[in-house]
Write a protein that binds this ligand. Structure first.
Ligand code: NAP
Length: 251
């Protein structure tokens, strides 16, 4: 992927990994649009970078996704990159039944269905554009699931499978599909779960991770890992099972 002269839409671009990607794309000479649910966080981001275009959007709502696509279609004719980054993560304990799963926000809607819907909605806008691409942000937990976050892990495994299949389909249209596979990064993800675990922070900062992501995108690496997730991408089934036992031994 060329890293300059693009028009990039990043979902969940006001915080964490999405914000670091938005800053990196801006710095490299691209038009950057970010969206998310909290207007205050979008405005904070724009205060720091007045060049950002911002839009409130709940990707869990199909109507918001459609409105977002209509808005970019009308206002950003050169849009050529969609980054499906927005995501949520929840600890859910199924030994206590289904209530917790049903009560909270839907990881299935936000982490899996939204990237699927947005990809479909944006394909017509990407066709014929200069080096068009879709970038899906999955997770190392899609390869080695965390028992305490079963649905999250499943959505990311699903996003991995979807990205592979979409890459194959869209190659016919000249649209590249990348998958970014973060390891643990220090962000605001899963505040309730992190509070239960004493608010331990990951060592890896979003800017460092995104620095590696940008290099991967530039080199056309279709599945971009970093640190632990590089090993997960290359691991055999036996190695993945071993990592699963190790990661979940104390849960
Ligand atoms: N941090 C990690 O360790 C890690 C590891 C692997 C993968 N990831 C993935 O990286 C991506 C970014 O997460 P992050 O770690 O940077 O956490 P984050 O700072 O919490 O970022 C998530 C972003 O998604 C937005 N978002 C959530 N639900 C949304 C919705 N329904 N509609 C629109 N925007 C929504 C949030 O903004 P609003 O709340 O304002 O909507 C927020 O800006 C996620 O897909 C996550 O699963 C993170």
């Amino acid at each position: 992927m060329k890293l300059t002269g693009n028009t990039v839409l990043i979902t969940g671009g006001a915080t964490g990994i999405g914000f670091a990607m938005a800053e990196a794309f801006l710095k490299a000479g691209n038009e950057v649009i970010i969206c998310g649910r909290r207007e205050a966080r979008l405005l904070d981001a724009r205060k720091k970078h007045p060049e950002f275009h911002v839009r409130t959007c709940d990707v869990a709502k199909e109507s918001d996704c459609t409105a977002l696509a209509q808005w970019t279609g009308a206002s950003f004719k050169d849009l050529n990159i969609l980054v499906n980054n927005a995501g949520v993560q929840r600890d859910i304990n199924f030994t206590k039944g289904v209530d917790a799963f049903l009560a909270g926000e839907s990881e299935v809607r936000i982490n899996l269905e939204a990237p699927i819907i947005l990809s479909g909605l944006f394909v017509p806008q990407l066709i014929g554009k200069n080096q068009p691409a879709i970038v899906n942000v999955s997770s190392g937990l899609g390869f080695v699931p965390a028992a305490r976050m079963p649905v999250y892990s499943a959505t990311k495994a699903g996003l991995h499978a979807f990205s592979m299949a979409l890459r194959h389909q869209l190659s016919k249209l000249g649209i590249k599909v990348f998958e970014v596979v973060p390891p643990a990064v220090d962000t605001e993800l899963n505040p309730e779960g992190r509070a239960k675990r004493g608010n331990l922070k990951a060592d890896l900062k979003p800017e460092e991770f995104v620095g590696a992501v940008m290099k991967g995108l530039e080199a056309d690496v279709v599945e971009i890992g970093y640190g632990m997730s590089v090993d997960m991408l290359k691991a055999s089934r036996a190695e993945l099972d071993k990592s699963f036992q190790k990661m979940n031994s104390r849960w």
